[in-house]
Design a protein around this ligand. Structure first.
Ligand SMILES: *Cc1c(COP(=O)(O)O)cnc(C)c1O
Length: 389
């Protein structure tokens, strides 16, 4: 989106529905069509219609999504990819060179850690993790490592740690590091990292943005026009673009993001409050609870607390497994952010790839992605499964 775009003056929900979504001028179709085409007819050699030449370089459906994403993240440019990891890969290739170092939170998405460690590691990129809620330790790591990139995720996965984007951006910029925030859990509705001082936002749009567990996708958003050029070049030259049907499904999901996030947050909050103090639950990890260590920071930096929460079961691994398998409305599945509620056992599902690393997750932890079903049905389901332990 450009600064001349009238959408910049509008509220979030209005932009979610209208940014990049002008009606089709040839027919008046309210919903822009899905451009299922790989190539575009030229008027004469090199005389392109609307700049479109070949769909890896650009497709109107992908452009519509990218404009919508840039607007919602308060960014100048957005680029969409076939998955969240494809987006991260393109961004990292655009900014890293052999010999560079990446500093990341000690509980970032396991796939991000794996990407940097196992793929970029072979190209002489170093990786160090740090406890990002500890600003003293983070400052020391930044000053000794002088990383090219500081990578953070807040709320984090699965312990919902909250880190201070503004403070970390200031520290990282002091040593010339680029600050990347994975905003998948919060979404731009609840948190605006670029406004808070980050340089780049990445997303797995597979989660809340798509919102219906029916499409994979990823995005990179930034206000740095030079970096945007580099990311665009990697999107085009390496080719991990989102296809038109995927881009369109994501755009459709995003239109209801604001109302979905309100309901996800309300439902998760109700469940967190209902299980806190339950005899079978040792600990509840939800930033909306006043006793959560990141609560006050979350109040400052987020508009709501989101739909993700984790529980530590008092009975350890056996209880955690039994609780997960005893739920009836929540489905046992990886992933998150869809309209339907899901339960995940991180140590053997989403976080299996980081077992044995500093990102390992306790086997007593269960993560809930709370959907937008009737809250009474969700509460009853959680209570019956806890009661059976
Ligand atoms: C799922 C996820 C990713 C990876 O996205 P894919 O779309 O699965 O490639 C990255 N970051 C976070 C926080 C995620 O939850």
């Amino acid at each position: 989106m450009t600064e001349h775009d009238p959408h910049i003056l509008q509220g979030f929900a209005t932009r979610a529905i209208h940014a990049g979504q002008a009606f089709d001028p040839t027919t008046g179709a309210v919903t822009p069509p899905v451009y299922l085409t790989s190539t575009f007819v030229q008027r004469a050699i090199g005389d392109l219609r609307g700049g479109y030449e070949y769909a890896r370089g650009g497709n109107p459906t992908r452009d519509a999504l990218q404009e919508q994403l840039a607007s919602l993240e308060s960014g100048a440019r957005a680029f969409s990819f076939a998955s969240g990891l494809a987006a991260e890969d393109a961004l990292l290739r655009a900014v890293l060179s052999p010999g560079d170092h990446v500093l990341m939170g000690n509980d970032v998405y396991g796939g991000t850690h794996r990407l940097v460690r196992r793929i970029f590691g072979r190209w002489q990129v170093g990786l160090t993790t740090v406890e990002l809620t500890d600003l003293v330790a983070t400052r020391a790591a930044l000053e000794s490592l002088r990383p090219r990139v500081l990578w953070l995720e807040t709320p984090s996965n699965p312990l919902m740690k909250i880190t201070d984007i503004t403070a970390l951006a200031e520290l990282a910029h002091g040593v010339g590091a680029l600050v990347v925030v994975d905003n998948t859990f919060a979404t731009p509705y609840l948190q605006q990292p670029l406004v808070l001082g980050a340089d780049v936002v990445v997303h797995s749009t597979t989660k809340y943005l798509g919102g219906h567990s029916d499409v994979l996708g990823g995005a990179v958003v930034t206000n740095d026009l030079e970096l945007a050029e580099q990311v665009q070049f990697h999107q085009f030259a390496a080719g991990a673009v989102s296809g038109p049907m995927d881009a369109w499904l994501t755009t459709r999901g995003i239109k209801t993001l604001a109302v979905r996030m309100d309901r996800h947050s309300a439902n998760a909050h109700a469940i967190a409050e209902a299980v806190v103090g339950h005899a079978a639950v040792a600990r509840v990890y939800y930033p909306g609870l006043p006793e959560h260590p990141g609560h006050e920071l979350a109040v400052r930096q987020m508009r709501g607390f989101g739909g993700m929460l984790s529980l530590e079961l008092a009975g350890g691994a056996a209880a955690a497994r039994a609780f997960a398998e005893g739920l009836r409305v929540f489905s046992l599945a990886e992933s998150l952010g869809g309209v339907e509620s899901l339960v995940n056992y991180p140590s053997e599902m989403t976080h299996a790839s980081v077992r044995g690393t500093e990102l390992e997750v306790s086997d007593a932890i269960i993560r809930l992605s709370v959907g937008i079903e009737d809250v009474d049905d969700l509460l009853a389901d959680v209570r019956q499964s806890l009661a059976a332990l």
